[in-house]
Design a protein around this ligand. Structure first.
Ligand code: AMP
Ligand code: ZN
Length: 497
């Protein structure tokens, strides 16, 4: 049973999707006006682990993530500059150029961190029509009003506005008023009201602007997520994620627009990751206190050691980044990899017995099952990856057969995403890398297998064998090994446990 903390109900709940085994899942994506940093990485690793945990539990996940390339203002109170236009001015480029540049940088970071790409990735600027249609719907239902600078949503008209925060409407007005700076928008009926469409100011030439029934301008930030989430996943979706900073304004307003328009619940489970801090302050682009994955690499750390570090902490608590903790994570990660690299040849030479239970003693079989259950329980307990990692180490240190250790660890890695199968083999300090030609053939064979073309996949396996390599399929994907390597290993170490 999968249990998740739901920000909406403020408690841990059993996960029950609307249409099992399908799960509709939306993640708020980045605003692409500057480099992605390791604070973002924390939120996207959390979102990735959630997707992997869902898949581990047998759900079929359809995940959507947006790219904010317009409309996110420097101030949350609907004033200030569009971050994208500001970024373009800073760099003397067009907004479209910087959007492309920083989107590429973001995905490069995701790849390095072994974060799976969501099935659908949508740019806000490609959905202007859907956003305008949504605003029209809200206008028809009398939720909107017009000010000199844009079209606003009247939050007083929605009886449960602000429910995600757990605060009353009155309390929210006071909080926002107290936090408001001088740049409050003139004429807003309530401090919580927010812009869905902003007009291009008369004295300004924007690079990104569109015609609308209300006047030329650009969409507000919140409307993009409502429009794109509902377009791809329907009026009510199972899961929505983001960082905790989105709870009081961005996600609260997404709920308001969507539920006012459809009269249905927008999202069943809201999940939020807490922040990565540096010296006690949120790591952020605007504070300039950030590190990129690239900075870590330049200091000799591997991106996946950062992933390991994040997995050791609970996603719902703040995490203070220090170089000491980064070093400790790198050491632990290296040690795990080297343990696996010792296991692989035995796995290759022997047979995994997870599938062939009868050959194992009752005691060992019990242990394997216990480890698997323990791991599943950990991750299903609101994504307790720290506990999951401790099961990983228990397995490493256990006396179950090496082949089964290897298979279990690779199975766990489907959730952890530490890319454990991608390791270097060594025999007496001699590295044996798999040639690119063989890697390509294995990929080709995988493709055939995915298409169900087993005749061709078997043929490719034979070609691989003729070249002196064998392929074995494991829960974590195929592993390749040189036959010479196996022979050397058996000669040098024997094949005992
Ligand atoms: P942004 O590009 O600022 O819209 O942020 C994209 C996502 O990264 C949002 O879900 C933020 O909550 C999240 N995020 C930004 N800074 C941090 C941080 N320091 N720690 C964790 N998540 C963050
Ligand atoms: Zn969003």
């Amino acid at each position: 049973m999968l249990r998740l903390y739901n920000t909406l109900t403020h408690k841990i709940e059993e996960f029950q999707p609307l249409n099992p085994p399908n799960v509709g899942y939306y993640s708020c994506g980045p605003t692409v006006y500057d480099f992605a940093h390791i604070g973002h990485a924390r939120t996207y690793i959390f979102a990735d682990v959630l997707q992997r945990v869902l898949e581990f539990n047998g759900y079929k996940v359809k995940r959507v993530m947006n790219i904010t390339d317009v409309g996110h203002l420097t101030s949350d109170s609907d004033s200030g500059e569009d971050k994208m236009e500001k970024g373009a001015k800073r760099e003397g480029k067009t907004v479209w150029e910087i959007a492309k540049f920083y989107t590429d940088d973001f995905f490069l970071m995701l790849d390095k961190l072994n974060i799976k790409r969501p099935e659908i990735i949508c740019k806000a600027t490609d959905y202007i029509k859907e956003m305008i249609d949504l605003i029209k719907k809200l206008e028809e239902k009398d939720y909107t009003y017009k000010l000199a600078d844009g079209i606003y949503f009247d939050t007083s008209k929605l009886p449960d506005y602000g429910k995600l925060t757990g605060q009353t409407f009155e309390k929210l007005q006071k909080t926002l008023k107290a936090g408001a700076r001088v740049d409050v928008v003139e004429g807003k009926k309530y401090p919580t009201d927010f812009a869905m469409w902003k007009f291009t100011p008369p004295d300004v030439k924007r690079q990104m602007e569109w015609d609308s029934p209300y006047g030329r301008g650009f969409p507000g930030w919140h409307i993009e997520c409502s429009a794109m989430a509902m377009k791809h996943l329907g009026d009510t979706i199972d899961i929505h994620t983001g960082g905790v900073d989105h709870v009081p304004i961005h996600h609260t307003n997404e709920i308001a627009q969507s539920e006012a328009a459809t009269g249905k619940p927008f999202v069943k489970y809201w999940l939020h990751a807490d922040h990565l801090l540096v010296d006690g302050a949120k790591m952020s682009k605007s504070l300039g206190n950030y590190y990129r994955v690239k900075d870590l690499e330049e200091k000799g750390f591997s991106p996946l050691a950062l992933r390991y570090l994040y997995l050791t902490a609970n996603y719902r608590t703040q995490l203070n980044f220090t170089w000491e903790s980064m070093k400790a994570a790198q050491t632990a990660y290296d040690s795990l990899k080297s343990q696996i690299s010792d296991l692989l040849p035995r796995r290759q030479a022997g047979k995994s017995q997870i599938a062939e239970r009868s050959a194992l003693s009752e005691e060992k079989l019990d242990k394997i099952n216990k480890f698997r259950d323990e791991f599943t329980q950990a991750i299903n307990d609101d994504l307790n990856t720290a506990q999951g990692l401790s099961v990983v180490w228990k397995v490493v240190k256990s006396n179950i057969p090496s082949e089964d250790k290897y298979d279990l660890l690779l199975l766990f890695d489907e959730v952890l995403g530490l890319d454990l199968k991608n390791i270097e083999l060594r025999v007496k300090n001699q590295e044996l890398r798999i040639p690119e030609e063989i890697n390509k053939l294995v990929k080709k064979r995988e493709e055939y297998r995915r298409q169900g073309n087993f005749k061709e996949s078997d043929r490719v396996r034979e070609v691989i064998a003729e070249k002196g390599y064998s392929v074995q399929d494991t829960p974590g994907g195929p592993i390749i090994i040189s036959n010479i390597f196996i022979k050397k290993l058996i000669d040098s170490q024997g094949n005992s446990d």
